[in-house]
Design a protein around this ligand. Structure first.
Ligand code: HEC
Ligand code: HEC
Length: 459
C-alpha cells in the first residue's frame, strides 16, 4: 500500500514537473500537438456509411436536411434553449461533428430580437458549452440549465423569462474558475453512431475482463454504465448497457435525439413529450409535444420520409452517418500507435470492437475503430464534475472515443483545452485510474511522445 502511494505521488510529482517540461519543450519545438488536421472533406457534405440501400440514402438525406434546419418559436423553439439548430453545435469538421473553431452561439444569442446576454464561459474562439448546476437552492440538482430564453423575440408576444445567473465569471476560453456550482459539457461528435449502436453488450462486457492482469498492475478498472436490477436509477431502463454521451448515460440515438431536441432547443417530442418550462405566455400556440409524426397528406403521393417526426429523422441521419476517416499512416504515426498500446492508453481506448449479426449488411460484423471500451472509468478529482448519471458517478466518464480526434478543436468533457498534451496530463490526478498510464507516457523519450501525438492527430 505504502509503495502504491509512493508510486502515485511520484507520478503526480512527475506530472507537475511534466507541465514545466512540456512548456519548455514547446519552446524548443520538441514535443508539440501538431494541431487540427485539415482534410479535403472539411466543410463538405457528411458522407453516409458505405453499403446503404437507395431507400436508406433517402432517409439519410432527409435527416441531414432536418439536422441543419433553424427552428423558430412557431416550430416549438424554447422557451429556454441553448441553440436553434442541431448542426450549430455539431459541425466540425462537417455537419454531424463537434464544436467548430468559431463559436456559433454569437449568431443565436440575440437572434430575432432576443435580449439575451452571452454567458461568461462562451468565447468567440471557445467551444459551445452547455451548463449543469451541481445544486440549486441547497438541494442536489445536476440538470442542464439552458443559456438563453425566447423573451423579447419578435415572434413572441408575452413570455417573461429571465436567463439563469451564471456569475461570478471565470476564464471564458477554458471555462475554469468562476462560479463553482457550474460544470460544463461540450458536444460529442455523432459520426459512425449506427455502428456503436450495433455493438452487442457481450462485446463490451468482454473488455471488462480482457487484459485483467495488466489493468490491475496499472490501476485501470472500468465498468459498464448499466442499471443492473434498478439499484441506482429506477428510470425506464431495460438493464442493457447505455453508451452515448460523456458518461455513457444514454441508451440509443432515438433517446439522444429526443433529449437533445427538448434540452438543447426546447422542442418537446415523442420521446420527451413535456415542455421543460411551461411558463404562461411562452407556449405560442404550437401543439405540445411540438414535434411528432406527420400524418400523410391525402392529396400527395405517400412518402415514408415525410411521415417521420424530426426526432426520428435526426436519429436516422446519425445512424447512417459514416465513421471518421483517418489520415494515411506515416512512419511516425504507425510507431505512435504501437507506443499508444505499450504505455497502456489502449487498455481504455480500445482500438476496435466489432458489431454483431444484426441483419442489415451495412451494420453486421463490421469493425468499429472507435478507440473506446464504452466503459466508464474513475478519472480523479481533476476531471470530476460531481454529476451522477445512472451508474456513472461524480468522477466517472466514458472512455472518450478517439476516432476523428485529429480534426477536433476542443478536448475533454468541458472543453478546457485544445492541446493534446494538456488533455493527456489531465488524466492524472488523485483517484484516477489513468494516473499510472500517464506516468508511463511521461517516461517516454520526446520522439516516442511526438510519435504518439502524431498518431492521435492521424485519427
Ligand atoms: C447547444 C449545443 C447543442 C445542440 C444545439 C445540439 N447538441 Fe447534441 N450534444 C451537445 C452536447 C454538449 C453533447 C454532450 C452531452 C452529454 O454527454 O451530456 C451532445 C451530444 C450529442 C449526442 C451524443 C453523441 C455521443 O456519441 O456521445 C447526440 C447523439 C446528439 N448530441 C445529437 C443531437 C441532435 C440530434 C441535436 C438536434 C436536435 C443536437 N444534438 C443538438 C450539444 C448540442
Ligand atoms: C482509465 C482509462 C483511460 C486511460 C488509461 C486513458 N484514457 Fe484517455 N480518456 C479516458 C476518459 C474517461 C476520457 C474522457 C475524460 C473527460 O472528458 O473528462 C478520456 C479522454 C481522452 C482524450 C480527449 C478526448 C476528447 O474527446 O476530448 C484524449 C486525447 C485521450 N483521452 C488520450 C489518451 C491517451 C494518449 C492515453 C494514454 C497516455 C489515455 N488517453 C489513457 C480514459 C482513459
Amino acid at each position: 500500500m505504502r509503495r502504491r502511494n509512493a508510486m502515485l505521488i511520484r507520478a503526480l510529482a512527475r506530472l507537475a514537473l511534466g507541465a514545466v517540461v512540456m512548456g519548455v519543450s514547446a519552446a524548443l519545438a520538441q514535443v508539440t500537438d501538431p494541431g487540427v488536421r485539415k482534410a479535403a472533406t472539411d466543410g463538405g457534405p457528411p458522407p453516409p456509411l458505405p453499403g446503404l440501400s437507395a431507400e436508406q440514402l433517402l432517409f439519410f438525406q432527409d435527416g441531414l436536411q432536418r439536422f441543419q434546419e433553424i427552428e423558430s418559436v412557431s416550430n416549438g423553439l424554447g422557451p429556454r434553449f441553448n441553440s436553434n439548430q442541431c448542426s450549430s453545435c455539431h459541425s466540425q469538421p462537417f455537419v454531424g461533428g463537434s464544436s467548430p473553431a468559431a463559436n456559433p452561439l454569437y449568431s443565436v444569442v440575440n437572434a430575432a430580437g432576443a435580449t439575451n446576454q452571452m454567458p461568461w464561459f462562451i468565447a468567440p474562439n471557445g467551444p459551445v458549452r452547455e451548463v449543469r448546476f451541481v445544486s440549486s437552492n441547497g438541494a442536489p440538482d445536476g440538470g442542464v440549465h439552458d443559456l438563453f430564453v425566447i423573451s423579447g423575440r419578435s415572434d413572441v408576444a408575452s413570455c417573461n423569462l429571465t436567463q439563469p445567473n451564471f456569475l461570478p465569471a471565470g476564464d471564458p476560453l477554458s471555462g475554469r474558475g468562476g462560479n463553482r456550482n457550474l460544470v460544463f459539457r461540450i458536444p460529442t461528435p455523432t459520426f459512425g453512431e449506427g455502428l456503436i449502436e450495433a455493438i452487442p453488450d457481450s462485446v463490451i462486457l468482454a473488455n471488462v475482463i480482457a487484459d485483467a492482469a495488466t489493468k490491475q498492475s496499472l490501476g485501470v478498472f472500468g465498468h459498464p454504465n448499466a442499471n443492473v436490477g434498478g439499484t441506482v436509477n429506477r428510470s425506464a431502463n431495460d438493464g442493457t448497457i447505455t453508451r452515448f454521451g460523456w458518461k455513457a448515460q444514454n441508451k440509443s440515438l432515438l433517446v439522444f435525439a429526443g433529449e437533445a431536441y427538448n434540452v438543447e432547443m426546447g422542442v418537446s417530442n415523442q420521446v420527451f413529450p413535456q415542455e421543460r418550462d411551461d411558463g404562461p405566455g411562452c407556449q405560442t400556440g404550437v401543439n405540445v409535444p411540438n414535434d411528432g409524426i406527420n400524418m400523410p397528406d391525402p392529396a400527395q403521393p405517400l412518402s415514408a420520409v415525410a411521415v417521420l417526426s424530426d426526432t426520428e429523422a435526426f436519429a436516422m441521419f446519425m445512424r447512417l452517418l459514416a465513421p471518421p476517416q483517418p489520415a494515411a499512416p506515416s512512419r511516425s504515426s504507425t510507431h505512435g500507435a504501437a507506443v499508444f498500446a505499450s504505455v497502456g492508453c489502449a487498455l481504455c481506448h480500445r482500438p476496435m470492437m466489432t458489431t454483431g449479426s444484426v441483419g442489415d449488411p451495412a451494420f453486421t460484423n463490421q469493425p468499429v475503430r472507435l478507440y473506446s471500451d464504452l466503459l466508464v472509468h474513475r478519472m480523479g478529482v481533476g476531471l470530476a464534475d460531481g454529476i451522477t448519471q445512472g451508474g456513472a458517478g461524480p468522477d466517472e466518464f466514458r472512455t472518450a472515443p478517439l476516432w476523428g480526434l485529429g480534426q477536433r478543436v476542443f478536448f475533454l468533457h468541458d472543453g478546457r483545452t485544445s492541446d493534446l498534451l494538456q488533455a493527456i496530463a489531465a488524466h492524472a490526478s488523485p483517484g484516477s485510474e489513468a494516473s499510472r498510464v500517464v506516468w508511463n507516457f511521461g517516461e517516454l523519450s520526446p520522439q516516442d511522445q511526438q510519435d504518439l501525438l502524431n498518431f492521435l492527430r492521424s485519427l
